[in-house]
Ligand binder design. Structure first.
Ligand code: C2E
Ligand code: MG
Ligand code: MG
Length: 558
């Protein structure tokens, strides 16, 4: 090679270097202006290159060495080959990390990382997930999430040969609060209950609202050892009153419990069994919990049958429901004349046979069928009493039981008025029996409804007195004509001083405030004699007669 040639080559090399340098400079510029972070690191964990974006992401937040570790960690739980997600807790930011091997300028093989900030996408995803998984009102997880989690928990319990539990809760008589106070207060209550549930250690993230006033709690197999304490904590929530609309309200809860995997190992089966146990708890008087048990299962299936049959019976003009009458006797007069009767419903179900009201009335309330059934009883009773009044007993009165659900209907007074007009019964001869209940807390509303009923000239009796919530003070405030003392006090008359004293005090009090007393459940001479001495006027009980068909009542008393 001659001198010129050499010179030419040198020139070319310089030119090339110049190009290279320019190229390098613009390359860095390019890399600084793309939307992802880029870094190159050698196998000895040295960072050989990082673009501005990458520095923005990590520098000042973690040191060089930890960056490499973080990136490596992201790739450990990688979803695909050579890529994974990285979460920076302190920054609350998410990154998508990709890695490839490249040949570096010095011919070494090095790692090239590209990092994308995916925080916004993640947040959006979380928001959508939250909307899909959470109940809008209470913020608790919803039914869909419950089913997903339950499936995972069943699998987990099976794997670890452990045990978990599904607690299915339903608020008792929530409808009364909702109807009585208005939905906005019902919502406040549901939210307050949800917050209290979530604060119970061990179930913070496994509480679900299934809709309406139904909640589910999953006790996972890891927390199953605490199940007794969890149940106790849940019960305690419902022992305290809730402050709503300026007053204290109690709201109790019934619960059915199914264990997994022993009671069932599919989501559907477990929810169904917990629901059956819940119905058992309601049947056993509410405000309690029942574990699912196989023996009760048969009975519960009968209950589902009952539900189907009751819907059919109500649709078929309530023909299967028959009204029986039990005489109420005036023991203040010679020969204890009959002064009327209490109408007591009987259901002779075509496929299930005879079913007692104690069994089907709570279910009818629960299913919302009590209104048509109650209307049927009211109409029948008024019609029958009208007939008795016209057959030589103008003073006979008929008592009809009203469930709280009926009582809180906005149009209850109108219903009563319509039936009175339709049957022509003298309003004075109709007594509506109401029981004390939670709704009694809302005295204003209760007084208002009873007031409307009384304006029609109808009388009101407080049924099962002594078993409910009311204090003696309540009866002074309520527009009541008759107090019906519950059978449980009468059973113990002459045997238990408290029972004797209770009946006596109620009678004296009633006399002072101008109310009448009717005593229920009198069966024996002993009870009758004691009551006579207390100068009770009205007695109802097997001692005189049992509830009977209208034909029998008319044969004997009309
Ligand atoms: P209640 O209103 O307190 O009715 C009295 C219950 O005591 C009746 O039971 C009656 O048969 C029973 N009884 C009366 N005297 C005696 C006695 O001397 N000894 C005993 N052991 N029992 C006596 P029944 O007919 O089974 O009704 C149970 C409950 O079902 C009623 O209690 C009432 O709360 C409800 N019920 C009955 N009919 C209706 C209805 O038409 N509508 C509503 N909402 N509830 C009803
Ligand atoms: Mg009654
Ligand atoms: Mg009663």
């Amino acid at each position: 090679m001659n001198r010129e040639e050499k010179h030419g080559e040198r020139e070319e090399e310089l030119q090339q270097n110049h190009w290279n340098m320019n190229f390098y400079a613009s390359g860095v510029e390019v890399l600084n202006n793309i939307g992802c972070g880029i870094c190159v690191s050698s196998s000895d964990e040295k960072l050989l290159f990082a673009n501005e974006k990458f520095c923005d992401f990590f520098y000042g937040k973690v040191d060089g060495k930890s960056v490499k570790q973080l990136l490596a960690q992201a790739l450990e739980n990688k979803e695909k080959d050579n890529s994974g997600e990285l979460y920076m807790e302190e920054e609350d930011r998410w990154f998508d990390v990709h890695q490839t091997e490249i040949c570096w300028v010095d011919q070494r093989m090095v790692d090239l990382y590209t990092v994308y900030d995916i925080t916004e996408t993640k947040r959006y995803q979380q928001k959508i997930e939250k909307q899909i998984n959470n109940d809008f009102l209470t913020g608790l997880y919803n039914r869909m999430r419950c089913e997903q989690d339950l499936e995972a928990q069943i699998a987990q319990a099976k794997k670890s040969r452990g045990e978990g539990a599904l607690l299915y809760m339903d608020l008792d008589d929530f409808k009364h609060i909702n109807d009585g106070l208005g939905h906005q207060y019902g919502d406040v209550l549901l939210k307050a209950i949800s917050h209290s549930l979530q604060r119970i250690p061990g179930i913070e993230s496994t509480c679900y609202r299934m809709g309406g006033d139904e909640f589910i709690v999953i006790v996972t197999d890891t927390n199953f050892c605490m199940v007794d304490r969890i149940l106790k904590d849940i019960r305690e929530i419902f022992e305290k009153p809730w402050f709503l609309k300026g007053a204290d309200y109690y709201c109790t809860m019934s619960m059915g419990i199914a264990r997994f995997p022993s009671d069932g190992d599919t989501v559907q089966e477990l929810i169904k069994k917990a629901d059956l146990a819940l119905l058992e708890a309601k049947k056993a008087g509410k405000n309690r919990y029942e574990f699912y048990n196989e023996e009760a299962d048969g009975a519960s299936f009968k209950r589902l049958d009952l539900e189907k049959n009751m819907r059919n019976a109500t649709m078929n003009a309530c023909d299967e429901f028959e009204v029986y009458y039990q005489p109420i006797v005036d023991v203040s007069k010679p020969d204890n004349p009959c002064m009327g009767a209490e109408a007591l419903i009987r259901w002779n179900c075509e496929s299930l046979g005879f079913i007692s009201p104690a069994e089907f009335i709570p279910l009818a309330e629960y299913l919302g069928l009590i209104n048509p059934i109650g209307d049927h009883v009211l109409r029948q009773a008024c019609r029958h009493c009208k007939k008795w009044n016209e057959s030589g007993h103008p003073e006979y009165k008929v008592n009809v039981n009203l469930s709280v659900v009926q009582l809180l209907r906005n149009d209850m007074a109108d219903r009563v008025k319509e039936v009175l007009e339709e049957t022509g019964l003298n309003p004075w001869n109709l007594t509506l029996e109401v029981t004390e209940s939670l709704a009694i807390n809302d005295m204003t509303r209760m007084k208002q409804i009873l007031g409307q009923i009384k304006e029609l000239g109808v009388r009101v009796a407080l049924d099962d007195f002594g078993t409910g919530y009311s204090s003696l003070n309540h009866i002074r405030e309520m527009p009541i004509d008759v107090i019906k003392i519950d059978r449980c006090f009468i059973e113990d008359l002459g045997k238990d001083e408290f029972a004797d004293a209770f009946v006596k005090i109620v009678c004296e009090l009633a006399a002072v405030i101008g109310m009448n007393v009717c005593v229920e459940g009198v069966e024996h001479d002993r009870q009758y004699e004691i009551l006579k001495k207390m100068q009770i006027q009205m007695i109802q009980g097997f001692y005189f007669d049992r509830p009977m068909k209208v034909e029998d009542f008319e044969k004997k008393y009309v």
